[in-house]
Design a protein around this ligand. Structure first.
Ligand SMILES: [Zn+2]
Length: 147
């Protein structure tokens, strides 16, 4: 990857490369598949360690809302993942004790508890978003920054 043709994807903010001899008006991002207008692209930047930095500027398509996964301090000062939808914290947490109980009961129970958690999670997200979303869509949203 040559350093002088790396731009920020307008959808996910992750740097992607546009070939030097690219003649089309739009270029597709290798991470999210979204198309960005080449003339509007901003050059990607590296941090002091030479790693590509992900852009904070993302374009949220019409009809979609912001979806962010941030680390924050939870109980006992432990870092935990928190999900923010449209800047609102998603009130959702995993019931760890029931997972531990299920683990004791064997892999079959563990799997079914995990499935329940995933179902509960997608239902919580769906409720906030205002339409039915599935796990696959949520996974994509964590990359894209919107849902
Ligand atoms: Zn992208």
């Amino acid at each position: 990857m040559s350093d002088n043709n790396i731009y920020y994807c307008q959808h996910c903010g992750i740097p992607f490369s546009v070939p030097d001899d690219w003649k089309k008006e739009y270029a597709g991002c290798q991470t999210c598949g979204g198309s960005s207008k080449v003339n509007d692209l901003k050059r990607a930047e590296k941090d002091t360690k030479g790693q590509w930095v992900v852009s904070k500027e993302k374009i949220i398509p019409e009809g979609k809302i912001k979806f962010e996964v941030k680390m924050r301090k939870g109980n006992n000062d432990a870092l935990e993942k928190a999900i923010f939808i449209d800047d609102e914290l998603l009130d959702w947490s995993v019931d760890v004790s029931s997972l531990v109980e299920a683990m004791k009961m064997g892999p079959k129970f563990y799997k079914s508890v995990q499935r329940d958690i995933e179902k509960h999670f997608t239902e919580s997200v769906s409720e906030v978003v205002g339409r039915k979303v599935d796990a696959e869509e949520i996974k994509k949203a964590t990359i894209m920054g919107w849902i």
